[in-house]
Design a binder for this molecule. Structure first.
Ligand SMILES: Cc1cc2nc3c(=O)[nH]c(=O)nc-3n(C[C@H](O)[C@H](O)[C@H](O)COP(=O)(O)O)c2cc1C
Length: 352
């Protein structure tokens, strides 16, 4: 496979922050663009989270970053988009996929997919205030069932977004179901802008399966990048026809040390317990494919000294770090269905 393929880091609340961007840079494994975790748009104020703004203002990667908004009121989304554009972001992304009940209840995030009218108004308001090239959308296929996408996509298309990333599940399907590449293939054929596929990319084989099944312009990777941050350099090599380097536990230890330093830098007033707690949020992903003792002891570490000692005891050696996570965990599930699929076929009756 030798065609250029855009790679993106998926936005993930509380983990894809400036510390993680810095770590990817340290490890020389950068995607082509980033989207921040979401800023919540609320009516009563336009102050944006200073913590999230740091990943825009101090973006160390040299790669574009888009600020993501979650909200439902068009006028306030437009207001916050304009505030974001005063910072060094490449554009603004509208979150139409977050399944958190508190977000959906307000008809924001994935909840917006239940009302074509609300979606139309929000998309229109953002398109009106954002310059060409600066408006992107990240959506799911629907709220209840994937075929809702047949009605949702034309509404999105009518506002000419500059890129659409599709997390190929419904809101109801959460994060653990198989994905539906047939709808991404359909969107890639329908939209004038680039379409980016998202969901269950965990390694080169699943990335290649997505390309084969849906022909997207790009791939967005979330959880697997926390487990294996080298996935971007590995996939870039793979798409250029070069073999990707194998990884060992010692590489993982290096990653943890870099992340440890980078998360510590983010704390204005250092609190050891808080720092360890933060590290655990990333490392639950990395633990998949490491000996069970890692997860067990890492979760119980209370001090920085204990935490690093556990990492060093288990990881300071040349054991191979599997490129693919085990499938039967609550964090990585059903990605093999992508490999088994021969073709991405839409349900009968849908026009391609
Ligand atoms: C912990 C966590 C936080 C997330 N936060 C966001 C977010 O702020 N904005 C967003 O659009 N998606 C968010 N997502 C969804 C991811 O961007 C992505 O769509 C999803 O994880 C599927 O991709 P993956 O299989 O590569 O992980 C989050 C997912 C997780 C697991």
């Amino acid at each position: 496979m030798h065609r250029p393929m855009l790679l993106a880091l998926a936005p993930m609340k509380d983990v894809t922050d400036l510390a993680f961007l810095n770590t990817l840079k340290d490890l020389n494994s950068l995607p082509d663009y980033f989207i921040t975790e979401y800023f919540r748009t609320v009516a009563h104020h336009k102050k944006m989270s200073p913590y999230i703004l740091r990943s825009i203002d101090e973006n160390p990667t040299g790669r574009p970053i888009y600020g993501q908004l979650v909200g439902h009121e068009p006028e306030y989304l437009a207001r916050d988009a304009q505030v974001l554009m005063e910072h060094a972001c490449a554009g603004v992304d509208l979150n139409m996929g977050c399944p958190a009940p508190i977000v959906c209840r307000r008809n924001a995030g994935g909840g917006m997919l239940r009302s074509l009218k609300a979606m139309d108004a929000a998309l229109g308001a953002l398109r009106d205030v954002l310059p060409p090239g600066a408006f992107t959308v990240k959506c799911r296929l629907g709220y209840e069932t994937p075929d809702e996408f047949e009605r949702i996509l034309p509404v999105i298309a009518s506002h000419s977004p500059d890129r659409v990333c599709i997390h190929a599940r419904t809101v109801r399907e959460g994060y653990r179901s198989p994905v539906h590449p047939e709808w991404v293939k359909w969107a890639a054929g329908m939209l004038k802008c680039p379409v980016v596929a998202n969901g269950n990319i965990v390694d080169a084989a699943t990335a290649e399966a997505w390309v084969r099944l849906a022909r997207p312009a790009g791939l967005m990777i979330g959880r697997a990048a926390l487990r294996n941050p080298w996935i971007f350099s590995q996939l870039h090599s793979r798409f250029q026809g070069h073999p990707a380097a194998d990884l060992t536990f010692r590489n993982v230890l290096h990653y943890i040390r870099r992340l440890y330093e980078r998360t510590r830098e983010m704390q204005e007033h250092y609190v050891e317990e808080k720092h360890i707690h933060r590290m655990k949020k990333y490392l639950v992903y990395t633990a998949r494919g490491l000996p069970d003792t890692f997860d067990h002891y890492m979760k119980r570490a209370k001090t920085a000294r204990d935490f690093m000692r556990i990492c060093e005891d288990i990881l300071d050696n040349d054991a191979p770090f599997a490129p693919t996570p085990p499938e039967d965990t609550h964090l990585f599930a059903h990605f093999h269905t992508l490999l088994a699929q021969e073709e991405a076929c839409l349900p009968p009756g849908i026009q391609v």
